[in-house]
Design a protein around this ligand. Structure first.
Ligand code: NAD
Length: 433
């Protein structure tokens, strides 16, 4: 990789060092930029400065070892982050509120704080990476910054919407090899500056207005979520007809218009993005007088998908008192993220049925213990299998393929044995296959 000649002289800051911001900050530092990362979480900041990744992501430890503190340091000091940088990426969380709409409180808090320091600056570019409902950059970010700083958008500062598309588990790879970069703004100067910062990347850059860039992120996640609920619905029908849904996926995936991605049926999507983003766009559509029937169905199918696995379990006799091992607790493999994990929904349902549960995950045990401190946890996947009457596979961690399941009953909710060349356990059944 070579350095671009203009962009790498700019100094960058990243506000919000979560799953997105930390990768953005570390990736940009690896490309040669000087990066200051800011978070309100003091422990996270201190861990990063000690080169300790606060989240599990493949390759992150090695990356921090390489760039901290030479190219990347973390702080809780907003003044330093703004005054000592030219471009600031904002990647704070935008979680769901109870009714499904998007919570803006983290973003609003940050924008208000930034505005104070913007007063003292000649020119600064702000790049919104958080997923935000169309209209947010224009009506909240730009307006609040102007109000707090008394500076003029387009002259004294720029705002660009640059949604993030990384996948947890492959986040670093996705950072360096994005499929596309979306840059949305009504301000040409800001767009040009960010194109310099991103001059590194060889992928297509799509330039648009604010709202289009904001909507591209929702449309992208809504489409992928739809694909998952689609194949789960086909899987549910297939299972009832004695059809192997995996064969169906393979067969349709060779059509280039369909492709093989996101075509593995299972217990449904989770994580911090698909559920909250589809909910948020459904909520917004309804608010503006449109009934989003397709997207509501996507959520309905997904909500019930963990229940399909529990139905299979119940077909094997009463659950009460049965020793059930839950193998994998994160919403997908390769991350310690348990937000909206279908595995945790299954834990809650089984607790109501008074089953005897034992849990194991290679990366998320500490996080899960905070929610369920009184449950039993196995030290290894094999220990969990040995202690269980029935094993439920709830995350597709590849190492679970190598366990000795003996003649234990196994119900797979994550299509761990999709590749039919890998030997399946003797007593094995899939949620849709
Ligand atoms: P996260 O919750 O992991 O990280 C948010 C970070 O912001 C936390 O470290 C938090 O301490 C910090 N923060 C909160 N308030 C702050 C404040 N006032 N000042 C400074 N820091 C503050 O969230 P995430 O998963 O990284 O997601 C961030 C955004 O990116 C969201 O809008 C999300 O929808 C979007 N996104 C996430 C992913 C993903 O895979 N996680 C992918 C694409 C887009």
């Amino acid at each position: 990789m070579g350095y671009n000649t203009k962009g790498d002289k700019m100094k960058l800051s990243v506000i919000g060092l979560g799953y997105v911001g930390l990768i953005q900050a570390a990736g940009m530092a690896k490309l040669g930029y000087d990066v200051i990362g800011l978070d309100i979480d003091k422990k996270k900041v201190s861990d990063i400065n000690k080169k300790l990744p606060p989240i599990y992501e493949k390759g992150l430890k090695e990356l921090l070892d390489e760039i901290v503190p030479k190219k990347f340091t973390a702080t809780t000091d907003m003044k330093k982050a703004i005054m000592e940088s030219d471009v600031t990426f904002i990647s704070v969380g935008t979680p769901s509120k109870k009714e499904g709409s998007m919570s803006m409180h983290q973003l609003e808090a940050v924008v208000k704080q930034i505005g104070v320091f913007l007063k003292k600056k000649k020119y600064h570019v702000f790049v919104v990476k958080s997923t935000v409902i169309p209209g947010t950059c224009e009506n909240i970010v730009v307006k609040e910054l102007e109000a707090k700083s008394k500076k003029k958008f387009g002259k004294d500062f720029s705002v660009v919407m640059n949604p993030e598309f990384l996948k947890e588990g492959d986040a670093i790879d996705d950072f360096f090899k994005p499929d596309r970069i979306i840059l949305g703004s009504s301000d040409k100067k800001g767009l040009e500056k960010i194109k310099e910062v991103y001059a590194w990347f060889k992928c297509p850059i799509v330039e648009s207005g604010f709202k289009e860039a904001e909507m591209i992120k929702y449309a992208s996640n809504a489409f992928l979520a739809t694909k998952i609920s689609f194949i789960n619905e086909i899987g549910n029908i297939s299972k009832r007809m004695g059809i192997d849904a995996n064969m169906v996926s393979k067969g349709i995936g060779f059509d280039k218009r369909i492709n093989h991605y996101f075509l593995r049926s299972g217990i449904g999507f989770g994580g911090s993005c698909f559920p909250k983003d589809v909910n948020a766009i459904v909520y917004k559509a309804t608010e503006i007088g449109y009934t989003p029937r397709l997207l509501r169905s996507v959520l309905d199918v997904n909500r019930d998908q963990p229940i399909r696995l529990l139905e299979l379990l119940e077909q094997r006799g009463p659950v009460k008192g049965k020793k059930i091992g839950l193998l994998g607790l994160t919403f997908k493999a390769g991350t310690d993220d348990i937000r909206e994990s279908p595995a945790l929904q299954i834990v809650k349902e089984l607790l109501m049925e008074e089953a005897e549960l034992c849990l194991y995950d290679p990366e998320a045990m500490e996080k899960v213990k905070r929610f369920f401190p009184h449950l039993k946890y196995a030290k290894t996947g094999q220990e969990l299998v040995n202690k269980s009457d029935v094993v439920l596979i709830l995350t597709e961690w590849p190492q679970f393929r190598n366990l000795d399941y003996g003649d234990k009953q196994v119900i797979d909710g994550k299509n761990l044995f999709y590749d039919t060349t890998i030997k399946r356990p003797k007593n094995y059944e899939g949620v849709c296959w």
